[in-house]
Design a protein around this ligand. Structure first.
Ligand code: NI
Length: 171
């Protein structure tokens, strides 16, 4: 099932999500399946559960855009363990469609998370995957990428979004 993506302005995006305490349940497996489906439908490389209105610490990532099943990652209750180096690059978010900004992230990022079965794992990603690890983990703590840009740019973006909301073009 493809869920509609929650847009900026909905409080679910700016609140810390709840830890997952039950693993390997049919509900969790179905939710993960739906999250991958929703992410591919929206042409994203990552999706966090709050973005479909579910306040739980779950995210999915696939930097291959569905080309390589080996790249599919499930992050449950993730934490960032290490950030090394720096990268500058454009970043966007499915919940803030039509906008992109330069965001500085780590070049190499190590996370610890649980998989669907409740097994803990650690994984290090570089470049796009490192960026996705930080972006998606941020989501689960209620932080959007626009918290990492200047206040001036953020205010400008918020004003543009307000205009779109007033025109009924935001949803
Ligand atoms: Ni996002």
């Amino acid at each position: 099932m493809v869920y509609p993506i929650v847009k900026f302005g909905d409080p679910v995006l700016e609140n810390e999500a709840a830890d997952v305490t039950e693993f390997d349940t049919p509900e969790l497996h179905k939710l993960l399946e739906d999250m991958f489906e929703s992410m591919y439908a929206a042409k994203g490389v990552g999706l966090a559960a709050p973005q479909i209105g579910i306040g739980k610490k779950i995210a999915v990532i696939d930097t291959s855009n569905g080309e390589d099943p080996g790249e599919k990652l499930v992050l449950i209750n993730p934490v960032v363990l290490r950030v090394e180096g720096r990268q500058e690059g454009e970043e966007g978010c499915l919940s803030i469609p039509g906008f992109r900004e330069q965001v500085r992230r780590g070049k190499r990022v190590t996370i610890r998370a649980y998989n669907a079965k409740g097994e803990v794992y650690e994984k290090t990603g570089e470049d796009l995957l490192a960026r996705a690890f930080q972006h998606e983990t941020d989501h689960l703590y209620g932080r959007l990428y626009i918290t990492h840009i200047s206040a001036l740019k953020r205010d400008l973006m918020k004003r543009k979004i307000k205009k779109l909301q007033r025109a009924g073009d935001w949803g």
